[in-house]
Design a protein around this ligand. Sequence first.
Ligand SMILES: Cc1ncc(COP(=O)(O)O)c(C=O)c1O
Length: 400
Amino acid sequence: MDYIDKYPDELGKFGEFGGMFAPEILMPALNELTEAFNRYIHDENFIEEFERILRFYSGRPTPLYYAERYSDFIGCKVYLKREDLNHGGAHKINNVMGQALLAKKMGKKKLVAETGAGQHGFATAIAGAYFGMPTKVFMGEIDIERQAYNVYRMQILGAEVIPVKSGSRTLKDAVNEGLRFWIANLKEYHYLMGSVVGPHPYPLIVREFQRIIGKEMKVQILELEGKPPDAIIACIGGGSNAIGAFYDFIDNSNVQLIGVEAAGEGRDTNKHSIALGLGRRGVLHGAMQYLLQNEYGNIIETHSISAGLDYPGVGPEHCYLHQLNRLVVGEATDNETLEAFKNLSKLEGIIPALESSHALAYLEKNKDMFKKDDIVIINLSGSGSKDLDIIKKHMEFSIK
Ligand SMILES: Cc1ncc(COP(=O)(O)O)c(C=O)c1O
């Protein structure tokens, strides 16, 4: 395949997906951002500063770890890309440090962001503190409740968390409110998008800052195994950890790329977030994508045990890769995810994020797809320490 560096096109599109479906008032800011990004991404000093931050502040490169006991359990060679070991406990830091650095170069003084799991909000609060930029984070009321721990963490770092009471009171509405705030405060603020979603140039910017995951993987697996993996599996919310892991392997068709969506209580219920698998084309948050919507085109409420996957849409590049048959789309239910969460914790001493546990769950239920010597990399996008309150509700613990 000859794909890399061809998309998005000059209109910000990945085939028919993506684009800039934004209010006129936002267009100058998006154009300014596109221009600045295209300049700085080729600027040696910018790249050097970004890489320095990732190395000395975030702790990159993250290890590619051969999970021996888990491999025995699955029946093939399983490696974990340990994004959970980043500063902040997830891959989100790669993107926020890149975008905040870009914002600083553009002369912006403050940051505004949305958050679902709280993980992106927490990462943005870290960037705000690091660069000395006051930070506002919009977060749905329901997510505030289920991710209380991350709310405290953001507040400790000095960010202001603004509860969103509209709509489903989750991530979709937090993005709406955040963008509304940005439109009224364009001069001072940079809107720090948390995933490969939103209008162009965000899907491009976030992908480029997350690409470090796949670039490191490529070198590490060659060192460890002398060849590329047979498959890479990552969970998909908006799709940033997945595209970061996949991108540099897209042109190698021997590497299967598998994105796992949240099937919540099951694909036959209306409580899931299977946008790629079950959505229809539509526009949300400035981009054409597959969306979960009713017959009138209204967005339907989604569900997942993991707040970070609870989103009715999905990044436009994933939609295009799916259409090109380059991306295998899988799913895992809440129950399958909890089972995988427990298995990895007990077999490897690593507590994975519920989001990342979807990728593990897919592998566990499809283990027959792989032979003993096949190499599978799971992108372990984050640590489960943020999820302990939810886990407590679903697992039995006893202190005797
Ligand atoms: C640990 C973790 N993994 C994955 C995701 C999903 O986001 P994305 O699909 O952009 O990687 C989130 C979102 O908050 C997250 O916190």
